[in-house]
Design a protein around this ligand. Structure first.
Ligand SMILES: NC(=O)C1=CN([C@@H]2O[C@H](COP(=O)(O)OP(=O)(O)OC[C@H]3O[C@@H](n4cnc5c(N)ncnc54)[C@H](O)[C@@H]3O)[C@@H](O)[C@H]2O)[C@H](O)CC1
Ligand SMILES: [K+]
Length: 445
């Protein structure tokens, strides 16, 4: 089989076997020794029912077994591409795959990129690993079998009763083409929320200390980034998130609230990009940092004719600005916030919260404890959050729309800290994460 580059995977027009066909295969493999005609007719009838079932929204579950034995052992790239091909094909049939046995993914991490015209109606999520595979399963993977487990929303993965993963019942002949996945459907009725608890299971959430450590590493001699570079990409991601959720026709006036640290710098960059996108930003930055970078960023905003409110310890200008804004970008505190909130932000946060305006928070909603979450009454309750680099521990239970930005993490660093970041779509600076009640279980390290 020719090795395919992941970015070059071509989607065949041919539909892969779906449940009915696979069921027939399964049935024929498992019951070939019982050739009674009426039993066969009955089984075919059951398969046809299943086929009808899979086309309805009632389908709960589908798993695909991919026999990696058709590939030369050790060719991990091939394995990866083969698996990715299967996933693309399935995705076209409105299936969301979200579990990959850790033994496979560790050896050859899977990523799912919508290329070659795949346009599934359901979001394709980056595949994350769940280390819940049994030893025997791992053994079967290493002996030439692989499995990709997937679920339609509402389903739960389960192996067909009576099937031994180690037997040859699911082994495809060596001549089997790439289309030869074995699929079957199950109808285990497990509540949607419960099923969803394994989506995004392995993305790492960072505590404040680790977030700072990664930040430092990025800007170390080895990481080789400058603060300007990181801030630019972080701010661009914030602007893109706001623009994704709040369009400029309905929400043109953005009040960008900037804190005294680097997050305030992200806010300034975001304000500039929002100006470029056609919004009308206003900046409230009561305590601008003294570093040269903040001065330059402010100057860049002034050059874009963006209004910067006079720095002040009182909140009068903020009150006024709130009455003439459509949406707020909260770039006040990030991962270096240490409670309790001090002046003038202790007075500002309640004003922002009471304004009733939609809020987009950067990295951590301001006032939230970076590790513990919303434990302070002063803390904001944003509608949208854009986490930078990787989400922080404290936002695990954030219930609004959650995006990840900061598309600058190099592969070496991602691997070193086992971040398991999701794939960013195309050329976007952001990727939307499942909501807390969809993803739930996240890897705690
Ligand atoms: N690698 C990345 O992810 C990058 C993220 N960026 C953004 O930078 C912030 C973290 O920046 P940092 O300067 O370390 O801290 P903060 O912006 O969170 O704020 C520190 C600032 O706030 C003051 N402060 C702290 N606690 C309080 C309090 N209780 N009351 C009042 N003031 C407080 C403190 O004195 C400092 O002045 C991160 O979250 C991202 O948004 C980078 O832009 C790019 C790299
Ligand atoms: K914030």
């Amino acid at each position: 089989m020719p090795a395919l580059n992941n970015a070059q995977i071509a989607l065949p027009a041919v539909r892969p076997r779906t449940s009915a066909a696979a069921s027939i295969h399964y049935v024929s493999s498992a019951f070939i020794s019982a050739p009674t005609v009426h039993v066969s007719v009955l089984l075919v009838f059951i398969c046809m029912l299943r086929r009808a079932w899979i086309r309805t929204p009632k389908i709960r579950n589908l798993a695909a077994i991919v026999d990696f034995s058709v590939l030369p052992l050790g060719h991990q790239q091939d394995v990866r591409n083969y698996a990715a091909w299967q996933l693309f094909s399935m995705a076209r049939h409105r299936l969301v795959f979200h579990r990959v046995p850790a033994c496979i993914a560790t050896a050859c991490p899977l990523t799912l990129k919508p290329v070659g015209g795949a346009s599934p109606d359901l979001p394709i999520r980056t595949l994350n690993t769940v280390d819940n595979t049994s030893t025997s399963h791992q053994a079967s993977c290493f002996s030439g079998y692989g499995a990709i487990l997937g679920g339609y929303p509402g389903g739960r993965i389960s192996w067909p009763a009576g099937v031994s993963r180690g037997t040859s019942a699911f082994r495809m002949p060596p001549t089997t083409s790439l289309r030869g996945a074995h699929c079957w459907s199950r109808h285990t009725r497990v509540p949607w929320r419960k099923q969803q608890t394994n989506t995004m299971a392995a993305m790492r959430y960072l505590n404040a200390k680790l977030a700072q450590q990664i930040d430092e590493e990025l800007m170390s001699a080895a990481g080789a980034f400058s603060l300007d570079q990181l801030m630019e990409l972080a701010g661009l991601a914030c602007a893109q998130t706001l623009a994704t959720v709040y369009n400029k026709e309905k929400y043109p006036r953005v009040l960008v609230c900037c804190g005294p640290g680097n997050q305030g710098g992200d806010g300034l960059v975001a304000a500039r990009h929002l100006g470029m996108f056609g919004y009308k930003p206003t900046i409230w930055m009561p305590k601008p940092g003294s570093k040269d970078i903040y001065k330059r960023l402010q100057q860049q905003c002034t050059n874009m004719k963006i209004q910067i409110l006079e720095p002040s310890q009182d909140t009068q200008s903020l009150r006024t600005a709130l009455t003439s804004s459509d949406v707020i970008l909260d770039a006040i505190f990030g991962f270096s916030f240490k409670p309790p909130v001090r002046a003038p932000f202790d007075a500002a946060l309640p004003l922002i919260a009471q304004s009733g305006l939609p809020i987009v928070s950067v990295d951590v909603p301001s006032g939230w404890n970076v590790d513990l979450g919303k434990v302070d009454d002063l803390a904001l309750n944003p509608d949208v959050l854009v986490s930078l680099t990787a989400p922080k521990e404290g936002v695990r239970q954030f219930k609004g729309r959650h995006f990840l930005g900061g598309r600058f993490v190099p592969k070496t660093l991602e691997e070193k800290f086992q971040l398991n970041l999701p794939e960013y779509p195309g050329i976007s600076q952001i990727v939307e994460l499942p909501r807390a009640d969809e993803s739930g279980d996240s890897q705690k390290l």
